[in-house]
Ligand binder design. Structure first.
Ligand code: F6R
Length: 238
């Protein structure tokens, strides 16, 4: 795992944006795996800015998001579809975008379709990941065993608690989600992991031990040959 330690979050976002500039220069029709949550917001802002300045072009790139709550209306304010539209897809032109459908009546069939769509696109060239305080990647929660392809997952108490900040009183928070599986994550040709803030220092330490803690899903990334970690000093424990 290549590690880039940045002074602060803004520097992290610029460093991560540089990776996208390089990726799309090498392969304009890249298949990009994208994440939601607080961590990528500054990166998406930076990509929108650079796109406006003509420094990066996504018009031949294909986006596949990691996960989505289920069940949730696509236009729900807290759906990941809404998040991606607001932060990126309404502002930057992609060749295509794909997010697991939180409205699917048959979630297993939706996962099968997602797997097939991702495979037909040729798999992920560059996958962006954040990490949960419990070590989850995508919505792969700490478990005894991990599905390889997309699946319907029951969210852990930790994740429900930490994501409750996005849901206002009276808004029902889904307790299950559709997520890419660990196999699909590890099949990405390159992975960019962003970790920011003192709240992530403890889980980062687990990752840095260099051991395969099987109850910390992010540790599976230690098995991947091409991971770049962009982390700020606070999360790095400096
Ligand atoms: C989001 C996702 C999650 C988040 C993780 C960190 O699509 O897959 O794994 O990356 O929960 O979230 P933040 O960035 O809000 O701390």
């Amino acid at each position: 795992m290549k590690k880039i330690v940045c002074d602060n979050y803004d520097e992290m976002c610029r460093a991560a944006a540089d990776q996208y500039v390089e990726q799309l220069k090498q392969k304009p029709n890249s298949v990009l795996g994208l994440a939601t949550g607080s961590t990528p917001i500054g990166l998406y802002d930076e990509l929108v800015k650079r796109n406006g300045e003509g420094k990066i072009d996504f018009s031949r790139a294909h986006a596949f998001n990691l996960d989505e709550y289920h069940p949730i209306k696509q236009n729900h304010p807290q759906s990941y579809k809404t998040f991606m539209d607001e932060h990126l897809f309404n502002k930057v032109k992609f060749a295509s975008t794909r997010i697991p459908n939180g409205e699917a009546t048959d979630p297993e069939a939706e996962c099968d379709k997602y797997n097939a769509d991702l495979e037909a696109a040729g798999g992920l060239d560059l996958l962006l990941l954040g990490i949960g305080t419990n070590g989850h990647i995508g919505f792969n929660e700490p478990a005894v065993s991990y599905p390889l392809d997309s699946y319907l997952v029951k969210l852990s108490a930790d994740t429900l608690e930490s994501n409750s900040r996005f849901f206002t009183d009276g808004e029902e928070q889904p307790t299950t989600a559709l997520t890419m599986g660990i196999g699909q994550i590890l099949a990405a040709r390159k992975i960019l992991l962003m970790i920011s803030g003192a709240g992530k220092a403890e889980i980062s330490k687990k990752l840095f031990e260099g051991k395969l803690h099987t109850d910390v899903p992010a540790c599976f990334l230690l098995l991947h040959p091409n991971v770049t970690l962009i982390i700020d000093k606070a999360a790095n424990g400096d």
